[in-house]
Design a protein around this ligand. Structure first.
Ligand SMILES: [Zn+2]
Length: 264
């Protein structure tokens, strides 16, 4: 768990940095300060520790680094560690089942991509399309492994529920986006829904994830919306979709049991 936390914190640091690099089109080999271009040394790059030692300021010009960096490091660290103990098929993962290990690794890769998208959307209220296609690819492989695993243990693959997941999340958001000409939901949201639906792979889970994302969005943004007089407030929905997905992904066993799916 500690190893996963440290590894996750490193990935969180990487993800936050990538969000900036994609936005700025920055291909520099080494990270540098946004203000004075000071090139970061190895001891400035230790996740969490460096930020705390420097008090969230650049070593050279003492300008603020920002809270997104430390938050993404700490939270991704926790997400990595927690995803292990909260894994839906923890017993199999713990027993080093090949299918579960493959699914877990693919999940973690997409988790890092989701952190990049989370930071990007929260900061600039848009989602980078190229990166989302990478998430589509990884989620498709994830679903493929999942189907293969079901067949390998003699289970029945429920194609309808997989298609249902794609209908309820990406297709529904795509239609809302088209019908409203991007007024209700952004063009990036339906694209982000594709990997989420593929990894949930179940109509009911996808519906719960959509519900959770909307509830989380309302709880968080309502005070903001009410405090501002501006009625054209633009709310980034990507972070809520990702949080809703994670919540439902880790509760999926309990949810499927609750609704009685697959118990007949
Ligand atoms: Zn600086």
């Amino acid at each position: 768990m500690l190893v996963l936390f440290i590894f996750g914190a490193m990935m969180g640091s990487f993800a936050c940095c990538q969000a900036w690099r994609i936005k700025k089109g920055d291909k520099a080999k080494w990270s540098h300060c946004m203000h004075c271009k000071y090139q970061l040394q190895w001891y400035d790059n230790i996740p969490i520790v460096s930020w705390l030692m420097l008090g969230g300021k650049c070593r050279k010009c003492r300008k603020k680094i920002g809270y997104a960096e430390i938050l993404s490091e700490v939270l991704t660290g926790f997400a990595f560690a927690l995803s292990y103990i909260l894994w839906p098929a923890f017993e199999e993962l713990y027993a080093l089942n090949g299918f579960e290990i493959a699914k877990y690794v693919l999940f973690l890769i997409n988790l890092v991509i989701f952190v990049i998208l989370f930071v990007y959307d929260a900061k600039w209220k848009e989602l980078p399309v190229g990166l989302m296609y990478v998430a589509w690819g990884i989620a498709t492989v994830y679903l493929g492994v999942s189907i293969w695993q079901t067949i390998a243990v003699g289970g029945e693959v429920d194609i309808i529920t997989i298609l249902g997941a794609l209908m309820i999340l990406p297709l529904f958001y795509y239609l809302m986006y088209r019908v409203s000409s991007e007024k209700w939901v952004g063009g990036g949201d339906w694209m982000l829904c594709v990997p989420l639906a593929l990894m949930l792979g179940n109509f009911w889970l996808a519906m719960f994830a959509m519900f959770a994302a909307n509830i989380l969005g309302c709880i968080t943004m309502l005070p903001v919306a009410m405090s501002k007089k501006n009625h054209k407030l633009k709310i980034p929905f990507g972070p809520f979709l990702i949080l809703g997905f994670l919540l439902i992904f880790f509760c999926q066993a309990a949810i499927l049991k609750f609704i009685g799916y697959g118990l007949f």
